[in-house]
Design a protein around this ligand. Structure first.
Ligand code: S3P
Length: 459
């Protein structure tokens, strides 16, 4: 996405209970990976349930520019004819990833192992984000940066390695994007590429590589870490991918149902990979009524339907080691915390500073302009929830929430700040507005429509 020339403000107001069932879009992480691995396989991969958000569509465009055939055959249905590992062609133009760090960083890894040169760019938000975390390891593998903006920022021109070398790489931060970039570059290297992470991050790349026939081993390393060993130069076989619902998108209706009194909703087919469910774990510790139904497994990823009912939440302390399993969910957890009795302390959020916005500051600002007491202490976020929602769920007068809302939130080109702010507005005494809703289309194009279908007053 390029920064929208015209802003699209949007407002959420408190209304009746949220009711009914809603299907959230496909998982963003899996959608990117399905397109990239489909493009690196020899033959035809069919994908269903692909997230048709701007971030993923930019990855599809990049795969086309690199020589794969990517064809839309129906709603969320795609056919990808791959070029094989190492088979990318040099793209004619700049690869524009819009707002997407994941698309950009994973494709940098995939390009780094091929003897081609490509220029990577993105919107104002992506141009501010650090790329050295990818350029450093792929440099060790033989790729060369021929041009870059200050400090390894986009636009970056990368010359892939003619003879990529396998490496053993210990990631400096728990990041699935870094891990995935090294593994994707490692596909082109002879011998074994090893990535060691001290905190396990989402493992969709590993699961999908195995699904496409790569030889890969993942084993525990230390208390919370993992060591992933990939055999280089495999032939990837095309494999069907059914993309499950995105837990990071489900987080928004889920928290909305918890904090809007009387709500009772159902969200089918949400991915339940344990490296993504930190938010659900935390919300349950806070007293949330979230139950799993229709548990099943499809294409290596587990999924379930979630029933969510309005709940009296209490503040909790969220430990730093849980961050990788809920890294995208802190803004909306902060909204839940604003309606919980007592204080919620979220520890170890340094990585939030380099997301689509400085999400630590943007989350605190979102709450502050809506009258909620919040502090940042080092890398911790502390939200004072006050009296909780007990009286409201009993149908009485609101106590702890009086005076909340009424703010206009600056979303800083960050879709998750935008959606979190709207969820906040659904349960606050006064309406909450956002400056620009356009960025929501990067991950959850029909967010407002889906929420309205559940009864939310967003307009
Ligand atoms: C993602 C990894 C995470 C996450 C992002 C998606 C992925 O980023 O925040 O939304 O699909 O690999 P980091 O790897 O920077 O933690």
């Amino acid at each position: 996405m390029t920064a929208s020339a015209t802003m699209t403000p949007l407002t959420a107001r408190r209304g009746g209970a949220l009711r009914g069932s809603a299907r959230v879009p496909g998982d963003k992480s899996i959608s990117h990976r399905a397109l990239i691995l489909g493009a690196l396989a020899v033959g035809t991969t069919r994908i269903s349930g692909l997230l048709e958000g701007e971030d993923v569509l930019n990855t599809a465009k990049a795969m086309r520019a690199l020589g794969a055939k990517v064809e839309r055959t129906g709603e969320g249905a795609y056919r990808v004819d791959g070029v094989g590992v190492g088979g990318f062609q040099e793209p004619k133009g700049v690869l524009d990833f819009g707002n997407s760090g994941t698309g950009c960083r994973l494709v940098m890894g995939a390009v780094a192992g091929c003897p081609i040169t490509a220029t990577f760019d993105g919107d104002a938000s992506l141009r501010r984000r650090p790329m050295r975390r990818i350029l450093d390891p792929v440099g060790l593998m033989g790729a060369r940066v021929t041009s870059q903006a200050d400090g390894g920022r986009l636009p970056v021109t990368l010359m892939g390695a003619r003879d990529p070398m396998p490496i053993v790489y210990r990631t400096p931060v728990a990041s699935a994007q870094i891990k995935s970039a090294v593994l994707l570059a490692g596909l082109c290297a002879p011998g074994t590429t090893i990535v060691i992470e001290s905190e396990a991050s989402r493992d969709h790349t590993e699961l999908m590589l195995a699904h496409f026939g790569a030889e890969l081993r993942s084993e525990p390393d230390g208390a919370h870490g993992r060591k992933i060993t990939l055999a280089g130069q495999p032939e990837l076989n095309p494999a069907a991918v059914a993309v499950p619902g995105d837990p990071s998108s489900a987080a928004f209706p889920m928290v909305a149902a918890l904090v809007v009194p009387g709500s009772d909703i159902f969200l089918p087919d949400i991915m339940t990979n344990p490296l993504r469910t930190g938010l659900i774990h935390t919300l349950r510790e806070m007293g949330a009524a979230i139950t799993e139904e229709e548990v099943r497994c499809d294409g290596g990823e587990a999924m379930a339907g979630f029933r969510v009912r309005a709940s009296d939440l209490i503040g909790v302390e969220v430990p730093p080691e849980r961050a990788p399993s809920m890294i995208d969910e802190y803004p909306v957890l902060a909204v839940a915390a604003a309606f919980a009795r007592g204080t919620t302390v979220m520890r170890g959020l340094k990585e939030l500073r380099v997301k689509e916005s400085d999400r630590l500051v943007a989350t605190a600002e979102m709450l502050r302009v809506n009258g909620i007491a919040v502090e940042i202490s080092g890398d911790d976020l502390i939200v004072h929830g006050g009296e909780g929602v007990t009286s409201r769920n009993g149908g009485g007068q609101s106590e702890g929430v009086s005076g909340r809302g009424g703010g206009r939130v600056d979303t800083h080109l960050d879709h998750r700040i935008a959606m979190s702010a709207l969820v906040l507005g659904l349960a606050s005494e006064r309406a909450v507005s956002i400056d620009d809703a356009a960025t929501i289309a990067t991950s959850f194009p029909d967010f407002a429509g889906l929420m309205r279908g559940l009864g939310a007053d967003i307009g």
